[in-house]
Design a protein around this ligand. Structure first.
Ligand code: S3P
Length: 440
């Protein structure tokens, strides 16, 4: 979705110090727009992530007839009620956002109008069969490109049926697509997961007044109720904090404080993994924001050791593996990642792209079908390509802080999908990082 190619140059900077606030949570921001749009009345969303992914979702709802006003870092959403969306002319562009497309597929499956969902080159390669299959079982009529790929053509349907469904992979997006379709279905839907995933859809449905029962790994709800407008205060995104947690751990002399980070236990697996590696991260001022646990995180440099990442942590840190790979490449000893085959169908094949990137910087790393074996040590520097994957670009920037030579990171513009302002924020705490174009 981002225009133009942008490369970065990373190199040893200063110890990372100071106190920072990272942008709002991406998962919560997507869901807040969606539920506020379907609610009756106006909702105010504070701390909304001004990233390309979440702005694409907001733009889609505007095209579906929802009034959304930006007021600084806030959004006022004038909800149209469950049946108030209107058909848009032409395709709805989800940009780079898998969350946007999969959740919208569920939400649009039960509308009395047809829609088409499209995405950028990366999203157009991502599997949608995982949401199409259960939605078809509910009675939806959805066509995709061959292999279950986008674009998705969703036909008119006003007779969805509830299902009893066990998600084949631990995926909050699949679970959420089914839950959102269930708002329009007759009967009671029951969704179970092989391992509990982030429960923001469930929590937010409850906050908007929809009767729902849920616990770790399951949710049950019936159709035919109403959503009532409510204000949402979005916590800071743990996944954005993750890059700073790793960077301050590996750069000697660092002592960094991250303010008011969302600490939903289904998101904080990296914290546990880093602590097993010997990281020095403390939680302070624990509290609550918008119904979510939050805390300040203080991270100080520590010598990291390689570990076998417990497979039970994988779903709770599914977006953090690029950062974990960077930590592992700089740790002492071997790190083994397994049970993480889902990484191959993210914004890029994150196992292959991180392995290629770190290898180009001098790391010893072997891919396995569902993970990698990483020998920690020293990085030399060189050129690595992020393949347009935002989290890989930021993770290679961390690696660059500890490389002996300069690191050139290719194709970084998509960092704006989840973390606008990363470069300036990173520079402000001491990162050696700048756009390649700025060099004369
Ligand atoms: C998300 C769920 C996860 C995660 C993604 C956001 C969500 O995807 O990787 O960044 O907001 O529901 P999967 O459902 O594919 O695991």
């Amino acid at each position: 979705m981002s225009a133009g190619r942008e490369d970065w140059l990373a190199g040893a900077g200063a110890p990372l110090r100071g106190e920072i606030v990272v942008p709002g949570d991406k998962s919560v921001s997507h869901r807040a727009i969606m539920l506020a749009a379907l609610a009756e009345g106006s909702s105010r969303i504070t701390g909304f992530l001004e990233g390309e992914d979440t702005r694409a979702t907001a733009a889609i709802f505007q095209r579906l007839g929802v009034g959304i006003e930006a007021d600084g870092a806030e959004r006022i959403v004038r909800g149209v009620g469950l049946h108030g969306l209107r058909a848009a002319s032409g395709p709805l562009d989800c940009g780079n956002a898998g969350t946007g497309m999969r959740l919208l597929a569920g939400l649009l499956a039960g509308q009395r109008f047809a829609s088409e969902l499209v995405g950028d080159a990366s999203l157009s390669r991502r599997p949608m069969g995982r949401v199409i299959e259960p939605l078809r079982r509910m009675g939806a009529s959805i066509e995709s490109a061959p292999g279950g790929l986008p674009p998705l053509r969703i036909h008119t349907n006003n007779s969805l049926q509830a299902i009893d469904f066990e998600t084949p992979v631990a995926s909050a997006q699949v679970k959420s697509a089914v839950l959102l379709a269930s708002l329009y279905a007759s009967g009671e839907t029951f969704v179970r997961e092989p391992h509990p995933t982030r429960d923001y859809t469930e929590r937010m449905l409850a906050a908007f007044g929809w009767p729902i029962a849920f616990g770790p790994g399951w949710a049950r709800l019936g159709g035919g109720h109403r959503l009532r407008a409510t204000d949402v205060d979005v916590p800071a995104d743990f996944s954005s904090a993750a890059f700073f947690l790793v960077a301050a751990s590996v750069v000697p002399g660092s002592d960094l404080r991250l303010r008011r980070i969302g600490m939903n236990p289904r998101r904080t697996g990296l914290l546990a993994a880093l602590r097993l590696m010997g990281a020095d991260i403390s939680e302070e001022a624990a509290g609550e924001q918008g119904g979510e646990p939050v805390a300040d995180l203080r991270v100080r440099h520590a010598r990291l050791r390689g570990i076998a990442v417990p497979e039970a942590l994988v779903p709770d840190m599914i977006d953090e593996f690029p950062a974990l790979f960077a930590a592992a490449a700089l740790a002492e000893g071997r790190t083994v990642v397994s049970g993480a085959a889902e990484l191959r169908v993210k914004e890029s094949d994150r196992i292959a792209v991180m392995a290629a990137g770190l290898r180009a910087l001098g790391a010893r790393i072997a891919e396995t079908p569902d993970g990698a074996v990483i020998e920690g040590g020293r990085l030399t520097g060189g050129e690595a390509d992020s393949q347009g994957d935002h989290r890989i670009a930021m993770s290679l920037a961390i690696a660059g802080q500890c490389a002996a030579g300069e690191v050139r990171i290719g194709d970084c513009a998509n960092v704006a999908t989840s973390f606008p302002g990363f470069l300036a924020l990173a520079q402000s705490v001491g990162f050696g990082l700048r756009p390649a174009q700025a060099i004369v």
